[in-house]
Design a protein around this ligand. Structure first.
Ligand SMILES: [Zn+2]
Ligand SMILES: [Zn+2]
Length: 328
């Protein structure tokens, strides 16, 4: 089970230490999903009937200010609260029959929101996506694992690892093919070495994934939280297809550069956006690895152009473009 945050660190400036408050926070953090203030009052009164409604309300507001709780509005005319500590902002599916909700995150939806906002010259500060309908359980009468449940830090880490593993696999596939078709001996060796490195990283990630599964026997079957359609097949899949069209050595390196740059930017952008969590760490570590590959490929591209002459188009340097990507 996920461990509770260190509350002393979360205390907002001027907050007084209060055992009442700590008890309320403790009850809140043991819940999954989205509670109304009255739900929380009921839960707390079960444990301690002396705590007043006003204290619970005040504490909820304190938790919002402290970054422990986040307000969500499902259009029912009352505010609900969910945990925000170590939980990235996400979207919701809300069942009209049982009014339970489940959560997901999608890079594709976020990209679309960014594109639309940019096209209108609109500076978006927050987006809320709520999907209303009937949940699987209410629809079929069968109890299901996708039933309303807040996601956990572990599910988030699992999904982050799955995406990193898919990327690593597609990278391995890409470099294996690139090594096969490259005629220049040194270029071939670079691709070969990168394939080997991807293989090692893949082993490390898969080990980490197995370790994660040991912390929760049902983790594998829990519903997907992170939907990254573009990344699901691996960010190098498109590059591999282009290799198969028949390219020269310089073009092969250039395709590798584009894939690594895309991958680095993807993991960095989302890693930075996530709240502090294991999933965030996985994304940021992976972004760093991709950055090293990118820099290596850019150096090799330049060296190859020197040996062979005539660059078709010089690549932008990895460093500059990465800095630009992170500055956004
Ligand atoms: Zn339902
Ligand atoms: Zn939520």
């Amino acid at each position: 089970m996920s461990s509770l945050p260190d509350l002393s660190k979360l205390k907002p400036a001027g907050g007084k230490r209060s055992s009442k408050r700590e008890r309320i926070v403790d009850v809140f953090l043991r819940q999954e999903g989205h509670l109304s203030a009255d739900d929380l009052v009921d839960l707390i009164r079960r444990e301690d009937h002396r705590l007043s409604r006003a204290t619970v309300y005040r504490t909820l507001q304190w938790m919002v200010d402290a970054g422990i709780a986040r307000k969500v509005d499902f259009g029912e005319g009352r505010t609900r609260y969910e945990q925000s500590y170590r939980q990235p902002r996400h979207f919701h599916l809300i069942c009209k029959s049982c009014s339970r909700s489940s959560e997901f995150l999608s890079s594709d939806i976020e990209t679309l929101i960014e594109e639309i906002s940019a096209a209108r010259g609109f500076s978006a500060s927050q987006s809320v996506v709520q999907i209303y309908g009937t949940c699987d359980e209410c629809r079929t009468g069968r109890s299901s694992t996708t039933a309303a449940m807040g996601h956990t830090d572990l599910v988030f880490a699992r999904d982050a690892l799955r995406i990193a593993i898919a990327t690593e696999k597609s990278g391995l596939d890409f470099y294996t093919h690139a090594a096969r078709i490259t005629r220049d001996a040194r270029g071939r060796k670079i691709f070969h070495d990168l394939a080997q490195e991807e293989q090692e990283h893949l082993g490390t990630l898969e080990k980490r994934y197995r370790e994660l599964l040991q912390r929760d026997p049902q983790l594998e079957s829990r519903p997907t939280f992170l939907f990254f359609k573009g990344a699901a097949n691996g960010l190098f899949a498109e590059g591999r297809d282009r290799l198969l069209e028949g390219v020269n050595d310089q073009q092969a390196l250039m395709i590798g550069i584009r894939c690594e740059r895309g991958s680095h930017r993807f993991f960095k952008k989302y890693g930075e956006r996530f709240e502090d969590s294991e999933g965030k760490q996985i994304f940021l570590e992976f972004a760093d690895e991709e950055r090293e590959h990118l820099d290596l490929l850019v150096r090799e591209y330049r060296a190859l152009v020197k040996r062979q002459g005539r660059a078709s188009r010089p690549p932008r340097s990895g460093r500059t473009s990465a800095t630009r990507a992170s500055a956004r």
